[in-house]
Design a protein around this ligand. Structure first.
Ligand code: BG6
Ligand code: BG6
Ligand code: GLC
Ligand code: GLC
Length: 896
């Protein structure tokens, strides 16, 4: 007897741990990290497929754009009605969103009522279901005394994880028109019900609503995750990657509908026989492959099928199988969660309830089945989430990432181990990312109301920004006005001296004819640098040698003597370098500041511009100042034969290449133009125009905005150079800054924070405008340029800043185009021509470096001067070569 006991004890010790046989049996469901990485990579590929227009049709994962572009910023407010349809309950809610006040964050108050959905509607027609929804809404409004006359903004959470709606889900989702059709359905139902004034502002998926709910408290929340009856995730994608939506600025939330991952066979090697059985018995075979491996609706079924199969094989209950165990739906997801709690007690109760007689080992084994099935679920969700986070990290070019994931759903909320397992795997697979998981406390209705609130806030902000920018819009009528005012200004300027357009004499009577010969020196002051250049003209061949010298700020703003001594020193260095110190070369001096010339080689500086402030120069002849400095140096001598404005230098330099070049234009720090006028029209021997002065007599009042007025008032020369102040690089940045300041003060930008940086004049140089407006620049780069400037804002702020820059520079280009049209039309009419073909030599940073200025300028001239064919010729060597040519022309004339 003792021997028998000993032998049975020995065998019981030898008997296998029941979890081991389950492990073996469910080997295919136990996923290792490498497999999870593999799945994650496959999902990453699926996401790309779903975003691209070429592969979208064949993609299993639909990546639906949601048109939700901003997460809440705390400034939302208002009262909303919300409908929440698709979870286990249908609810109608009133949501009050209070505005952020000081440091106290705005709060959200909610009142809700659950309305049961009658059984017959579960499988009925969509129309009847929506009628029920809208009647419940009406009942709720009445009960809460919400006036039927007042328009109530409404948000609708629409998510269909349940069987009863699956047919509907497919009708809406597969067409990629979630939103539009649902809104129509709802509106029609509301009309049928009658006596309600409701404005359906937003339809959102539960994932999106969850992200928004959590995003209200945590701005880093850019992913929404549901692990409930169904499963799904959404995240903020870069708009430029979403082919189905136009525009490439900023981000938009994409509803991945990841439940369908694997529908095209992408997960074939991970699918078990049990998954195939669950799928075959479902209402939508072949669809929602991933969801069927993961979500609450199917976990219980998976466990039941595994247990049934094991029992049939004699691995459980001594091979006994009950009818209940054979019945679909008899083990629920709640059972799966319960089995992992409370030791083995719950498992035993659940199995007994199924008319089974489990042994302790059976209970251990079945509990282990539950663990493996729910563990696989959390592992698969982790793999999907890792793919999404990896994509966000790649999009933003970051090594690490700090991000929050908002989560909801019964599986996540009620399964005791689920969250911990999920978090651990995600963090293990993405060690560089700091991922925070936040449980959405009050369902997705709050989020839906927030979507509506954000939509309402953005619509009103957008309207105000558009109104501000519309001030810069010039229609054809306004451009015509600019053209005719410019024409009047030109005519008046030719007749008398006291006019706004100065029409200063350049004393240049001829453009070059190609016979110019010899060596000339050109000096060029007016841009950022001083340039010295040797130009050798030899039978149409020109050779150029030049050197660039910076002008230190202390010299620019020191005394006049210091400035001109510095120029003489640079020239001396250049002549040394060229070995020409002992030759008295004829020289042309490009001096791009307003000068009153009385002859070709004399000119009095009217006033400094462009950052120069050297004392004792204004009112003086700059040529004499240079000659005196050369004399003081006493090392070399120069024959300064011509003083030239940069417009004239540019025209001459281009005319040497193209004899049709009779106009010179500078669109740079300053804005100016010159052209060859008929001598018979000039009553006061003047010819180079100073178009920057147009508008000094207030003739541009209907174009000048309040922002331009601010720029003018704070300039060194208020009331002067009004046209230049609308068109040149030196002022465009200031106009932009004034607009940004105003929008910020009105709370439409930078969250209403007016910083010291924004109050600093001159922060926006032309080069920044050019960079910000570049088409090739991603919004993040715009944001980083703004950060360099000390302006810290969101991506949405960057979009507005870019739009402001665009509006201001476009207007500048259009104004120059209309002005140019006046000039070329005048030349055409003066010559009595039906058509004029003419070339304009151009220079300046705005023309050469700004991404759109030159194009808009050309287009405008085309429209405003249709009888002129205007060719723009960018000057290659600046205006220095032109100055040398003028020197040559003058020299040859003297020698004749
Ligand atoms: C709720 C949301 O909180 O979560 C529903 O309000 C959503 O819209 C649901 O569908 C998901 O959870 P479950 O487990 O009910 O499907
Ligand atoms: C240069 C000319 O190329 O362009 C200068 O040589 C001129 O004389 C300048 O002033 C204008 O450009 P910006 O953009 O520097 O004002
Ligand atoms: C289903 C729905 C999806 C929803 C998810 C979670 O997968 O198709 O839209 O987000 O369930 O409720
Ligand atoms: C300023 C100067 C003008 C020059 C222009 C372009 O407007 O006054 O002389 O041509 O800038 O540089």
């Amino acid at each position: 007897m003792l021997a028998v006991h000993l032998i049975s004890f020995f065998f019981s010790k030898l008997k296998e741990d029941p979890t081991k046989k389950v492990d073996r049996f469910l080997h295919a469901m136990r996923l290792q990290d490498e497999q999870l990485v593999d799945i994650s990579n496959r999902f990453l590929a699926e996401m790309k497929k779903g975003l691209s227009a070429e592969s979208l049709a064949a993609a299993a994962v639909k990546m639906l754009p949601t048109h939700v572009r901003s997460t809440p910023d705390g400034s939302e407010k208002g009262q909303f009605v919300a409908l929440d349809l698709g979870g286990s309950k249908f609810k109608v809610l009133r949501v009050k969103v209070r505005e952020d006040e000081g440091i106290n964050k705005g709060g959200v108050e909610m009142e809700e009522k659950t309305y049961p959905i009658p059984k017959e509607l579960h499988e009925g027609r969509a129309v009847e279901l929506f009628d029920h929804v809208s009647e419940s809404l009406k009942d709720f409004l009445l009960e809460k005394n919400m006036s039927p006359e007042k328009k109530h903004p409404l948000a609708f959470t629409f998510s269909f994880p349940c069987d009863m709606f699956i047919a509907l889900v497919y009708r809406f989702c597969s067409a990629g028109i979630v939103g539009k059709d649902v809104v129509q359905f709802l509106r029609q139902a509301i009309d049928r019900t009658g006596d309600m004034d409701v404005d359906v502002l937003a339809v959102v998926n539960d994932t999106v609503a969850t992200m928004m709910t959590c995003g209200f408290d945590d701005q880093c929340c850019e992913v929404g995750l549901i692990i409930g009856t169904g499963t799904n995730a959404c995240y903020m994608e870069e708009l430029r990657h979403i082919d189905m939506v136009q525009g490439d600025e900023g981000r938009m939330c994409v509803n991945t509908e990841w439940g369908a991952f694997g529908d095209d066979g992408a997960l074939h090697d991970f699918i078990t026989d049990f998954d195939r059985d669950v799928d075959a018995a479902s209402l939508n075979p072949g669809k929602q492959t991933f969801e069927k491996m993961v979500s609450g609706m199917y976990l219980g079924e998976l466990v039941r099928l595994v247990v049934l199969k094991m029992a049939k094989l004699g691995l459980l209950f001594d091979g006994h199988v009950s009818d209940a165990l054979r019945t679909k739906g008899k083990i629920t997801t709640a059972d799966v969660a319960a089995m992992e709690e409370n030791g083995l007690k719950n498992t035993k109760e659940i199995l007994t309830h199924l008319h089974l007689t489990p042994s302790p080992d059976d209970c251990v084994a079945v509990q282990h089945v539950s663990t493996i099935v729910s563990f696989r679920s959390s592992n698969l969700v982790a793999a999907g989430l890792v793919a999404i986070l990896t994509r966000i990290r790649q999009n933003r070019n970051l090594r690490g990432l700090r991000i929050t994931v908002g989560v909801d759903g019964t599986v996540y909320k009620t399964h005791p181990q689920y969250p911990k397992r999920l978090h651990k795997v995600v963090r293990r697979l993405l060690p560089d990312c700091h991922v925070r998981f936040v449980l959405s406390e009050c369902g997705s209705s709050k989020g839906a109301a927030l979507v509506a609130a954000v939509a309402q806030r953005l619509t009103s902000q957008r309207r105000k920004v558009d109104e501000a920018l519309s001030l810069f819009t010039l229609n054809e009528e306004k451009l015509q006005l600019v053209k005719s005012r410019m024409r009047e200004g030109l005519e008046a300027g030719l007749k008398s001296k006291g006019c706004t357009i100065k029409m200063l004499p350049s004393f240049v009577y001829h453009t070059p004819d190609g016979t110019e010969r010899g060596k000339y020196l050109a000096l060029d002051l007016g841009g950022t640098n001083f340039r010295a250049m040797l130009v050798r003209f030899k039978r149409q061949k020109t050779r150029l040698y030049h050197k660039i010298y910076t002008i230190p700020l202390e010299i620019m703003q020191g005394t006049g003597e210091e400035l001109f001594d510095h120029l003489a020193q640079c020239v001396c260095d250049f002549l040394d370098y060229m070995g020409l110190k002992n030759v008295r070369l004829p020289a042309g001096f490009t001096f791009s500041f307003p000068c009153q010339q009385s002859d070709i080689d004399t000119g009095t500086l009217v006033s400094w511009t462009k950052g120069f402030k050297a004392t004792d120069c204004e009112g003086e002849d700059v040529v004499s100042m240079l000659r005196e400095a050369i004399k003081r140096r006493n090392e070399f001598d120069l024959d300064i034969v011509a003083l030239v404005n940069d417009t004239v230098g540019t025209m001459m330099s281009c005319a040497y290449e193209d004899p049709k070049c009779e106009v010179g234009m500078i669109a740079g720090t300053g804005s100016n133009l010159c052209y060859m006028e008929e001598l018979r029209n000039i009553e006061k021997l003047e010819q180079s125009n100073k178009w920057g002065g147009l508008g000094n007599d207030r003739c541009l009042e209907d174009i000048i905005t309040l922002y331009d007025v601010e720029v003018d008032i704070h300039s060194v020369n208020p009331g002067k150079q009004r046209f230049e102040k609308l068109t040149s690089g030196m002022y465009l940045g200031e106009i932009v800054r004034q607009v940004l300041l105003d929008l910020t003060r009105r709370g439409l930008l930078f969250k209403g924070h007016v910083t010291e940086t924004l109050k600093t004049p001159g922060i926006f140089e032309t080069k920044y405008l050019s960079q910000i407006e570049s088409d090739h620049l991603a919004l993040l780069q715009v944001r980083s340029i703004l950060q360099q400037l000390g302006l810290h804002g969101t991506c949405d702020d960057s979009i507005i800043v870019k739009e402001v820059c665009g509006a201001v520079s476009r207007r500048a280009a259009q104004m120059c185009g209309a002005g140019m049209a006046a000039v070329v039309d005048k030349i055409r009419e003066d010559r009595g021509l039906e058509r004029l073909s003419i070339t304009v030599g151009v220079d300046g940073a705005l023309y050469k470096l700004h991404p759109h200025f030159s194009q808009v300028l050309k287009e405008t001239v085309g429209v405003m001067a249709p009888q002129c064919d205007v060719t723009f010729m960018p000057s290659e060597e600046g205006s220095g070569k032109g100055a040398a040519l003028i020197a040559a022309v003058v020299r040859q004339k003297h020698q004749m």
